[in-house]
Design a protein around this ligand. Sequence first.
Ligand SMILES: *Cc1c(COP(=O)(O)O)cnc(C)c1O
Length: 517
Amino acid sequence: MTGPGHQPADDLRTLLRVTLEALDAGRRDRSGPLPAGGPAAVRQATLDALGPGPLLPRTGDGEAAALGALTRMLTAGSADPADPFCAAHLHCPPLAVAVAADLAVSTLNPSLDSWDQAPAGTTVELEVVAALAELVGFDPTHAVGTVTTGGTESNLMGLLLGSHTTGQAAIRSRARGRSGPRAHHGRPGPRAQLGRAGRGGSAGPVPVLCSAAGHHSVRRGAELLGLTKVVPVAVDAAYRMDVQALRAALARHDGPVLVVATAGTTDAGAIDPLAEIADLVRSHPAPSWLHVDAAHGGGALFSRRLAGRLTGLDQADSVALDLHKLGWQPAPAGVFLTPSRRGWSRLEAEIAYLNPADETTAGYTSLLGRSLRTTRRPDAFKIAVTFRALGRERLGAMVDACHDLAEHAAHVIADHPRLELAAPVTLSTVLFRYVPAGTGTGTGTEEGTRLDRLNAAIRSRLLDDGAAVVGRTTAGPEAAVHLKLTLLNPAATAADVSALLALVAATGDRIAAEAQP
Ligand SMILES: *Cc1c(COP(=O)(O)O)cnc(C)c1O
């Protein structure tokens, strides 16, 4: 039995056996990819398994009993990304080797905010960042980066470093404009610096130009940073940023700008024309920063067949990647990269109890200045183990397998009389909807509403039956409800995908028939 001060590894062997058995039992309890019965039934089953008394009782049930019962409950009540019919989100089945590496990290509990809490972990993160920088096309000896909780945090950091850099550059050029290039050695006085970083001067905050198909975390991150001017840039029919629209937006905003491009939109998997965007941003007359949100599409870099679709990514000022998507890591495994040190001074901090200057100089590297967080687990470790274990070839083959599944799905949909494809397949996302027989081609609002309701009902019927998890979003000029497959399970087969689409269509047929008077 574990007592106070007991080493966790002593009991880990026993508890791991309990956990693995409960995972198996919980999977058997659930007959499909998610628990059946709908939200109320699943809530009740979860509460029942948590037990009748208070969750924090006076005396506990003991480790094995609690762990076994609750793990079985969690497994039975989970949407299992390893099931081929679980295909809604960028929610991957994690590699066993990465899960095991994560367990080692949890056991050792290192923290990257100071060297003395993570002597080896510090170097592992720096090496993982260098390897990923090289994959992106940055010079790994100059690139700087960090492992984050995901695209949301990485996008926030891109906006933070970008607004700081463009704001500082704008202040410097104004100072030069006022009193000649040598004024204040080209640096702003403290008053100018205060509260001005990220502001394009008296004109207000630096505008953030982002496509209408960009991730919602870009807008939220901008708001958090006080960058209240978010300018949507139009997309083309394939949901890629329209370069002419960006050109026009840049012409309208001739001061400092932040541009956020997306490599792999969440809904369609579309990749913005990165090279053309980078050219436009580079020729902007005022300070600029290009952040590329490659949280979804960055995984394509592992694939020799698909990496070319990210051409231009190496021209970005900052990049977000997510290896808990097309990288098969347990979350979190986000990555934020820049080609150089530019912008990072915004996060640097010398804190007496963590990274005193003399220790840093003596080689006790602290990664405190790489993150908004203080305590930070080395999520880089599972990435390092995965890279060494699989190599780029096997990771690339997994990406290709998912892409093949998406192409297959697109063909099945194109050939199906009642399924309609809404966007071309770029990566592993398939956007489509069910259109019942006899639907006119008109865009009458009544008919649109009926189709929206029908597609929404297909998804919730499948969820309530515990039969399948398919995604839902809106698409097209009328923001019509669509369904979405995000195929991140390389072990799924073409037959699985065909069967899933057949189930979607049959469910649509059934609901449409029920709705007939
Ligand atoms: C998933 C995703 C995000 C958000 O990433 P999290 O890891 O969920 O924080 C941002 N941008 C894009 C394009 C994404 O697909």
